[in-house]
Ligand binder design. Structure first.
Ligand SMILES: *[C@@H]1O[C@H](CO)[C@@H](O)[C@H](O)[C@H]1NC(C)=O
Ligand SMILES: *[C@@H]1O[C@H](CO)[C@@H](O)[C@H](O)[C@H]1NC(C)=O
Ligand SMILES: *[C@@H]1O[C@H](CO)[C@@H](O)[C@H](O)[C@H]1NC(C)=O
Length: 430
C-alpha cells in the first residue's frame, strides 16, 4: 500500500536501500586511495560531489519508505492552489465558499506525515508523468469528488477541455488537456461490479458480484491509469447475486432472503474487479501496462440528525489521538487495503513481473480527522438566507472543493513519482 511501501526485491528502491551502506563503505577506501595518489585539493573537489550524490540517494530512500497514513494536520498559511472563481469544474454541491460557507479556516491546513514532508501538489509534474495517457476515475460520487479536486489542481497550469459527456447527470465525462495530450475521464459505477441501482420501481440495489460493470469494463483496454473509489452505495438495502444463485441480502424486509450484511460482498466486489484487471491487463505480453490506485473508504461525519442544522458542525480538524478510524470506517478501509495486498501477492507468486502496478491510496485516517471538510448545509447555495429553518439538508459525506480531498491527490502524485522512479532508475551510487 501507499503507506508502508514494500518494494519487490528487484525494484531499484530496494537496491538503493540495500546498496547505500555498502556504497558508503566503498567510497571511503576510494577517497583514501585518491588522497594517496593525488594532492589534497583534488580530494576537496570530490567531497561535495559525493555528498550530493549520497544525499540524493537518501532522499529517494526517504520518499520510498514514508508512511503517509501516519501524521497530523498542521496550520498552513499558504492555502489552496485554486478556488471556486478560478476553477469552473466544481460541482455545485461541493462549491462551499461560493455557496456562502462563512468560515475559511478549514482551507489553511496541510497534512504532515510523521516521517517526511508531503510536497504541495505540482501540476506540471503530474502532467508530465501522464502526458499522452488516459487516466480514468471509476466508482461512486467519491471518485467524482476526487476527480474534480484533481481537475482544479491541474487547471492552475493547463485548462481542460470537456470532449465527451454521456448519460443522465453526467454519468460519464471525458476531458482533454491539449498541453500534454492527456485524457482524464470519470465513469459512474457505484458498485464496480454489475448492478441495478435502486429507483422508483425498485427499493433496493441489485448486485451481480461475479462480473465487472460493462460501463467501464468496455473501455478498460484504453486506460493507462485507473483510480477506483467506492463504498457508500454498499450501505444501502441490496440483494446479492452470484451466477444464478442469490447469496442473500442486506436489509430487505419482505423479501425472503438471508441477511448477510455488506462486508463480505464488498470484499467479493473488490476481488472480482481486481482479478479482472489483473487477467485482462496484468498478464500476457501484448497490450500496454496499467497503473491502478485503490482509494480507501472515505468516512462521513454526521452528528445527530442529517436534516437539522449542525449535522457536521466542526470548524477545525481533530488533533492527534482525538479521533481514530474505527467501526465500519475501519472495516471498509481494511477490506480495500487487504485486497490490494492480495493482488500484489498474486503478482509476486507469478514471478514478480506484471504490466499492472497497484497501490492503495489509504486516505481513511487523514480524512476521519477532517470533520470540518464537508459542505454540510452549504451543499445548497446560501441555505440560511431566510433564517435557520426547522429542517435543512446536510452533506457530511462529500468534501468541499477546495478542501482536504486535495490532499488525496497530493499523495497520489507521490505514488506516481515513486512508480516513475522505478521505471527510469537513476544511476546507482558509483
Ligand atoms: C481566487 O484565486 C484568485 C487567484 O489565485 C484570487 O485573485 C481571488 O481573490 C481568489 N478568490 C477568492 C474568492 O478567494
Ligand atoms: C483522448 O481522447 C480523444 C477523444 O476521445 C482520442 O481521440 C485520443 O486518442 C485520446 N488520447 C489519449 C492519449 O488517450
Ligand atoms: C422462504 O425461504 C425458505 C427457504 O428457502 C422456504 O422454505 C420458505 O417457504 C420461503 N417462504 C416464503 C414465504 O417464500
Amino acid at each position: 500500500m501507499v503507506t508502508k511501501l514494500t518494494f519487490k526485491d528487484n525494484s531499484p528502491h530496494f537496491l538503493i536501500k540495500k546498496l547505500l551502506p555498502f556504497a558508503l563503505y566503498a567510497i571511503i577506501p576510494l577517497l583514501l586511495f585518491r588522497l594517496y595518489i593525488h594532492p589534497i585539493h583534488s580530494f576537496k573537489e570530490q567531497v561535495p560531489r559525493i555528498k550530493e550524490q549520497v544525499s540524493e540517494q537518501k532522499k529517494i530512500v526517504e520518499i520510498a519508505s514514508c508512511d503517509y497514513t501516519n501524521g497530523n494536520w498542521v496550520h498552513d498559511k499558504l492555502g489552496p492552489l485554486y478556488n471556486g472563481t478560478n476553477c469552473n469544474t466544481i460541482k455545485e454541491g461541493q462549491n462551499c465558499i461560493s455557496h456562502g460557507r462563512p468560515d475559511m479556516g478549514f482551507l489553511y491546513w496541510r497534512w504532515k506525515p510523521k516521517q517526511c514532508n508531503l510536497p504541495r501538489f505540482q501540476p506540471l509534474q503530474f502532467l508530465n508523468i501522464l502526458s499522452n495517457k488516459h487516466l480514468a476515475f471509476v466508482g461512486d460520487s467519491m471518485a467524482r469528488n476526487q476527480l474534480e479536486s484533481l481537475l482544479c489542481l491541474i487547471s492552475s497550469v493547463s485548462t481542460p477541455v470537456l470532449v465527451c459527456r454521456d448519460g443522465d447527470d453526467n454519468k460519464f465525462r471525458k476531458w482533454h488537456f491539449p498541453s500534454h495530450n492527456l485524457n482524464v475521464s470519470v465513469f459512474w459505477s457505484p458498485f464496480l461490479v454489475k448492478g441495478v441501482e435502486k429507483n422508483v420501481n425498485l427499493n433496493h440495489n441489485k448486485l451481480f458480484l461475479d462480473s465487472i460493470d460493462g460501463r467501464w469494463g468496455g473501455e478498460l483496454d484504453d486506460m493507462d491509469m485507473v483510480v477506483l473509489s467506492l463504498g457508500h452505495w454498499y450501505l444501502h438495502p441490496a440483494v446479492y447475486y452470484e451466477g444464478n444463485t442469490i447469496l442473500g441480502c442486506h436489509y430487505c424486509p419482505g423479501l425472503n432472503h438471508t441477511e448477510i450484511g455488506f462486508y463480505d460482498v464488498f470484499r467479493k466486489a473488490w476481488r472480482t474487479t481486481l482479478d479482472t484487471l489483473l487477467r485482462r491487463r496484468g498478464n500476457g505480453i501484448v497490450g500496454k501496462p496499467i497503473d491502478v490506485i485503490v482509494t480507501t473508504f472515505s468516512p462521513s461525519h454526521f452528528e445527530g440528525e442529517w436534516d437539522k442544522a449542525g449535522a457536521c458542525p466542526k470548524k477545525e480538524p481533530f488533533k492527534a489521538g482525538e479521533r481514530e478510524v474505527e467501526g465500519m470506517d475501519e472495516e471498509m478501509r481494511r477490506i480495500g487495503v487487504e485486497e490490494v495486498e492480495m493482488v500484489k501477492r498474486k503478482i509476486n507468486n507469478n514471478g514478480g513481473s506484471s504490466k499492472l502496478r497497484i497501490e492503495a491510496l489509504d486516505i481513511t485516517r487523514l480524512s476521519v480527522m477532517r470533520g470540518d471538510g464537508h459542505p454540510g448545509p452549504y451543499m445548497h447555495a446560501f441555505p440560511f438566507a431566510n433564517g435557520v429553518g426547522e429542517r435543512v439538508q446536510n452533506d457530511c459525506v462529500h468534501w468541499c472543493l477546495p478542501g482536504p480531498i486535495d490532499t488525496w491527490n497530493e499523495i497520489m502524485l507521490e505514488v506516481m513519482k515513486r512508480w516513475e522512479a522505478q521505471t527510469q532508475p537513476r544511476s546507482q551510487v558509483s
